[in-house]
Design a protein around this ligand. Sequence first.
Ligand SMILES: [Zn+2]
Length: 380
Amino acid sequence: MGKWNWETAETEILALLERLVNIDSGTFDKPGVDAVRAVLAQHYEALGFKVEKDEQTERGDNLLITHKDAVDPDILIVAHMDTVFPQGTVAARPFSRDEQRAYGPGVVDMKGSQATTLYALKYLIAIGSEAYRRVRLVLNTDEEIGSVHSRRLIEEQAKLSRYALIVEPSDDAGTLVTGRRGGGKYDLHIRGVAAHSGAEPEKGRSAIADLAHKIVKLHALTDAPSGVHVNVGIVAGGTSGNTIAPNAFAKIDLRMETAEQAIEYDGRIREIAAAVDIEGTSTELIGGITRPPTIRTEGSDRLFAIVVEEAAKLGETIIGKNVGSGSDGNLTSALGIPTIDGLGPRGGNLHEADEYLRIDTLVPRTKLLAALIERLGTEK
Ligand SMILES: [Zn+2]
């Protein structure tokens, strides 16, 4: 067994976390996300990993990582490098910490997971385990907007894998995610005809009035008992108070429990968008299902049982639950690949200014991920 000291490791994990948090990497900030990507690539290369870039024009470049000595790499790990925080957030509130918690943009969602994942692999290499050779990693750059650009890469890599480990953060209680609702995102653009609302209103066709009808119909699709929610989260439109609005815009969010619902409600949204509620207006709908709902299989149940066992050996009791939000685990699970999600460090207040990571969970979650890779990588 090689030399390994968990106290030293914790100090190093925290240092790497601080470095990663202090680089703004909002999804739309390509230079920022690419800077995080460069730091991680360097660390993986130093451990003997082969780092391939999946270049992107609008977003940061995704990374595909396997070890130089990889043999049948069929344990997929997915971790995103983007955050929901725009450029300038680090300047306003950089990494900070107190006794129990670390703070800063993306500290637990999911820069903490980037640090623990790297150290889980570093640990396996240090102790002479062979399991790191079985790992393939996708570090993607647009999870926070639904992985539109990285979906193809994730699905392609998932198809080559037996398991998918998604290192999204865990909640404060350490819950693992066994299922997630699916989701869709849409941009609805409506074009009307402008006219002076006092002088010749009859010439106008209001895009806003058309949108108003559609918003009511869209919200009426929500069927809470069945787990379907439709939300119009952003609206815009018009040019001035006394002009019949020539344009209107809405952002629509769909959440659902089952694959059947995904098809049904995607269709209903399209129908509502295509309907002409105000004569003379026209619409364009962009978007679709970004995340199919996760599916529970024998394989995913077995994987969860393995996680529970490995956690128990480390003195941790794991609870699994289904949650409403989506992640890249939806993509791998929908392909039938046994998937477990929420393997990252524990924390809370994700996507908020007081987002935090529980420092005392950095080492335990590094150990759990390492134990899991070891177990899955050596079973036959
Ligand atoms: Zn996340």
